[in-house]
Design a protein around this ligand. Sequence first.
Ligand SMILES: C[S@@+](CC[C@H](N)C(=O)[O-])C[C@H]1O[C@@H](n2cnc3c(N)ncnc32)[C@H](O)[C@@H]1O
Length: 233
Amino acid sequence: MKVEWRVDPEVNKMLWEKLSLFPVQTIGRTNPDFVLDLGGGSGDFASPLMAGGHTTVISLDTDLEVLKNRVKGVQAILGDATRLPFKDSSIDGVTARAILHHFPLRMDVCLAEVKRVLKEGELFLVQEPLAHNFFANMARRSVLTERHEAGEQPLDPSHLDRAMSQVFHNEWKEHHFLLSYLLPHLTYRVPDSLKGIARRFSRFAKMLDERALNSLPGLRKYSAYVTILGRKA
Ligand SMILES: C[S@@+](CC[C@H](N)C(=O)[O-])C[C@H]1O[C@@H](n2cnc3c(N)ncnc32)[C@H](O)[C@@H]1O
C-alpha cells in the first residue's frame, strides 16, 4: 500500500522539536563559518545555524529537485556524500540527518570523507533511523510513502555506533521514540472528533518514551531514531 507522507503538525512539532535543536546546541556553539549538511535536501536541519548571519550552510545532495526547493540562504551542491568536493580540513561542522541509511554498505566511505574535510577538533552531528523499532518496522513492512526510496535500510544501532567510533570520538548520544514514532501520522488520520485525545495520548507516549529510554538502557536498541555527536580527534 502506498500512502502520502502526512503528519499532524502539533504532534510532529512536539516529538521532533527537540531533535531539530541539536545543530544549534552543538555545532552552533563552535561559531562555525562553513557547515555542510550532508544529504541535506532543503537544508532544513542545518539552516537554523544561519540565524546569526555569520554561518554559511551548504546542502550537498544527489537530488537536484530537493536542492531547488531549499531554505532561503542555504547554498547548494549537487554531489555524492561518499565523494566530497572539499579540501582536507576545510569545513567547520557537518550535519547528516537521515542519510547514512541510504547507503549502508558505503557508510564507512562517507564517514572517512567527513573526517577528511572536517577541521581538526570539529563536530559531526548524525541523526538516523534505526532498525529495531517495532512500530517503525510494522509501517515499513506494510506502507510505502513517496518519501522513501528503494535501498534505504535503517541502521543497526551497534553497527552505527561502531562505524562512528572507528572514525570519530563519540562525545554524546541520545535515543528517541519507542512507542511514539508513528503518532504524528496516526493522529493526522483519526477523525477530527478524536484528534484532541490522540494529541493528549501522544504527549503521554512521548513522556513514557523519554522516561523509559533514560532509565532502562537495554531498551535503547529498540528506539526508532538516534542522534550521535562525533568529534574529529
Ligand atoms: C530522508 S532525506 C533527508 C533530507 C534531510 N537531511 C532532512 O533531514 O530533511 C535523505 C536525503 O539524502 C539524499 N541522498 C541519498 N543518497 C545520497 C548520497 N549518496 N549523497 C548525497 N545525498 C544523498 C537524498 O537525495 C535525500 O535528499
